[in-house]
Ligand binder design. Structure first.
Ligand SMILES: C[S@@+](CC[C@H](N)C(=O)[O-])C[C@H]1O[C@@H](n2cnc3c(N)ncnc32)[C@H](O)[C@@H]1O
Ligand SMILES: *[C@@H]1O[C@H](CO)[C@@H](O)[C@H](O)[C@H]1NC(C)=O
Length: 286
């Protein structure tokens, strides 16, 4: 065996000698190609990444008053609500229109995360807000729900909500939201932030408000969903959960789903689907 082996050695050596440069060239080409692909995709995607250092977290029990001071001049939006010019026009209804607002995903995640601070991005009339407020109270949590919405709805939404007044072209969605929160006695645990999503989210980042749970349900086009998800994740407490509605919505060629999938791919997160909702755990706590 040994002699046989020795006899074969020069042949093997020759093969190696010939094969070596070829292997090097192949390796070089492979490295170059892989490097080219990974560097081009990562640098292209880099331009889309939201990278920002938020302020150190303020204690959850200080969040509400800090926001009232810094955003509303020290006066809660619920103080002296409703104003006289709106009082008799606001409908006090216990039926509030929403979309998937009572889905089981809310209670499941609230039980899992036990949030002190929830940020809702896209609130409309408050159906999902009120559902979360009811769940947190029922399971004994002290939770503040911050509702980001410009309360403009969308152009033409009033076609389906004729009872919502228009005054000088101003649709009273905000007043109806405030009225709904007041009707259900949730004014102490809900605080609206009536601004566009990114403007409110960047302010929360600047103030050090770190929610445990972020719900995304505002614009359903790709770019809106993309910025809401990235900014929502930016302020999420490490270990928190971000989730949102309409993973399968067809708007903008499945804009929400595309944004969620791309976000998960970049961060190497898994997307969990729960009914119409998508869920991403910042660290896996299942
Ligand atoms: C589908 S509704 C939210 C429904 C609510 N989550 C529920 O379950 O009842 C979407 C809301 O997002 C708000 N919205 C859309 N784009 C926004 C933006 N760029 N800034 C602030 N709010 C926005 C609209 O005003 C609208 O009220
Ligand atoms: C809110 O509180 C008032 C006064 O305590 C009560 O009459 C009413 O039934 C409550 N509303 C709801 C929806 O629980």
């Amino acid at each position: 065996m040994k002699t046989e082996h020795k006899k074969n050695l020069p042949v093997t050596n020759t093969i190696i000698k010939i094969a070596k440069p070829a292997a090097y060239v192949t390796l070089l080409l492979l490295t170059y190609t892989l490097g080219y692909f990974s560097s081009s995709t990562s640098s292209e995607l880099d331009s889309f990444r939201v990278k920002n250092q938020c302020a150190n977290p303020i204690p959850p029990e200080n969040v509400r008053q800090t926001l009232i001071n810094r955003i509303f001049n020290g006066v809660s939006p619920f103080t002296n609500f409703p104003p006289p010019h709106a009082a008799e026009k606001l409908r006090r209804s216990k039926e509030i229109k929403g979309w998937g607002s009572n889905g089981p995903v809310f209670e499941r995640l609230i039980r899992k995360v036990k949030p002190r601070i929830i940020v809702e991005v896209g609130t409309f009339l408050g159906a999902s807000t009120l559902h979360m407020a009811e769940v947190t109270q029922r399971i004994g949590l002290q939770t503040q729900i911050l509702c980001i919405d410009d309360f403009r709805g969308w152009a033409g939404f009033r076609d389906d909500f004729k009872y919502i007044e228009i005054l000088n072209g101003d649709v009273w969605l905000y007043y109806h939201f405030l009225q709904n929160i007041a009707t259900f006695n949730r004014t102490g645990s809900v605080l609206p932030l009536p601004f566009t999503t990114v403007s409110a989210l960047t302010k929360l980042c600047e103030l050090g408000v770190w929610p445990d749970l972020v719900e995304i349900d505002a614009g359903h086009d790709f770019l809106s969903a993309w910025s809401d998800i990235n900014w929502g994740f930016q302020i999420l407490r490490p270990g928190g959960v971000i989730f949102g509605h309409d993973y399968f919505n067809g708007a903008d060629n499945r804009g929400v789903g595309r944004a969620v999938d791309l976000f998960a791919r970049i961060h190497n997160f898994k997307v969990e689907v729960d009914g119409e909702h998508w869920v991403i755990y910042s660290t896996y706590i299942q």
